[in-house]
Design a protein around this ligand. Structure first.
Ligand SMILES: [Zn+2]
Ligand SMILES: [Zn+2]
Length: 140
């Protein structure tokens, strides 16, 4: 059973992901406006994992809860010291999944992307990732 570790940049927050296989994680890019704002860049990059596979091992993140602009409530967790974005989840997925910010993993290459969401909002200069699924809209 692979255990992946991650943290914020100041390491006040640390976590473990205990996946049965790395294939249980679904990493995706999301080009929606809300992800652009939350990540502070031109897309969001998260790995969807079963909720029970995620364990905080150090620190308590700060939570920010807001409507994403299309009626869904999104929970986002950050380090209150350095501000690193750790994870997010929507109301619908709350009891079952966590979306881990892939850059917070100690080895971000462990979970390569399987798809892209909100491709209609892709930055004009950004190429498509080859050999993954592409959806114009919804993040599921
Ligand atoms: Zn931190
Ligand atoms: Zn998004």
């Amino acid at each position: 059973m692979p255990t992946l570790t991650g943290s914020c940049i100041c390491r006040n927050i640390e976590y473990e992901l205990k996946l049965v296989s790395n294939d249980d994680a679904r990493t995706s890019l999301c080009h929606c406006r809300n992800c652009k704002k939350a990540f502070g860049t031109n897309y969001g990059l998260t790995a969807k994992v079963p909720k029970d596979t995620f364990n905080l091992t150090k620190g308590i993140p700060k939570e920010h809860i807001a409507d994403n602009g299309s009626g869904a409530v999104i929970y986002r967790e950050f380090c209150q010291n350095c501000g690193s974005f750790i994870l997010e989840y929507g109301d619908a997925a709350k009891d079952h999944f966590r979306y881990i910010c892939v850059g917070s993993l100690d080895d971000p290459e462990a979970l390569p992307p399987k798809g892209e969401f909100f491709c209609k909002a892709r930055a004009s200069w950004m190429p498509e990732i080859p050999n993954v699924f592409h959806k114009q809209m919804v993040k599921e």
